[in-house]
Design a protein around this ligand. Structure first.
Ligand SMILES: N[C@@H](CCC(=O)N[C@@H](CS)C(=O)NCC(=O)O)C(=O)O
Length: 252
């Protein structure tokens, strides 16, 4: 009998929105996965073993033991991982060029704008509060993007216009994080979102209610706690290394 390779996917990550995307996707497509925590505050993203999986020194990353022709595949970048898993399973990414391009467009809006610009706002909010220019610039960008998503979701049920897709999966965890991090949405969270952006709030609630999304959030809970604890105990040197500042920058 030929030995079959395992089918369990290894997920490397921490408690952060880009990692939630992949956990949600794995739950949606019902692929089995094992979770490996990477302590980015302790610099584990720069370990040679991890760099072999994620050359960018970032999470999330996955290893699929049996990709093309049964060969193992290591992959980083959450957008690429979502596309890979969608293509592997034939789910959540339309096959025809027109429909597919719409999903890709909204996935790119998330990858190129929502993630990076929300992330920059959070950087100034949590790590450089005195920098008013940075905080105000990225607050304006974040608010502009929330308004854009709300406009889009006023016209269509899901971001790609047709059906729930990897574009929604990519965007949901960042809106969820915004509910906790954006001062103009606190402390009411979803209610403030519903007041300010009713279509986005309707979409948010419908995705938050999905079984797979709830399962991913449950499985991610220990990572969220670990990440909060490790951020809290990080030394100034750990933070410099993590934020690539004060000449502590490492390649990657
Ligand atoms: N574009 C990347 C961004 C990944 C990213 O920034 N990951 C963060 C956590 S959300 C990280 O690994 N930070 C560790 C570091 O910057 O050293 C993706 O979407 O996967």
């Amino acid at each position: 009998m030929t030995a079959t390779k395992g089918t369990t996917i290894d997920l490397y990550g921490m408690g952060s929105p880009n990692v939630y995307k992949v956990a949600i996707m794995l739950e949606e497509v019902a692929l089995p996965y094992r979770m490996h925590y990477v302590d980015v505050f302790a610099g584990q993203q720069f370990d040679p073993g991890f760099l072999a999986i994620s050359p960018t020194a970032r999470v999330p990353a996955i290893v699929d033991p049996a990709a093309d022709s049964g060969e193992p595949l290591a992959l980083c970048e959450s957008g690429a991982i979502l596309i890979y898993l969608a293509e592997k399973t034939g789910r959540l990414l339309p096959g025809t060029p027109g429909a597919r391009s719409s999903t890709m467009q909204w996935l790119m809006v998330q990858m190129g704008s929502v993630g990076p610009l929300f992330g920059q706002f959070m950087h100034f909010q949590f790590f450089a509060r005195d920098n008013t220019y940075g905080r105000e610039r990225y607050q304006a960008q974040a608010r502009h993007l929330l308004a854009l998503l709300d406009r889009r979701l006023g016209d269509t049920e899901f971001l790609d216009g047709m059906a729930y897709s990897i574009a929604d999966i990519a965007t949901f965890p960042w809106v969820r994080r915004g509910l906790e991090a954006f001062p103009w949405l606190k402390p009411a969270g979803t209610e403030a979102l519903a007041d300010q952006h009713p279509h986005l709030a309707r979409w948010y609630r419908s995705i938050a209610g999905r079984f797979a999304v709830k399962s991913a959030i449950d499985r991610m809970a220990p990572w969220l706690e670990k990440t909060a604890a490790s951020a809290k105990s990080a030394t100034p040197e750990d933070l410099d290394r993590f934020l690539l500042r004060n000449a502590q920058a490492k390649p990657g």
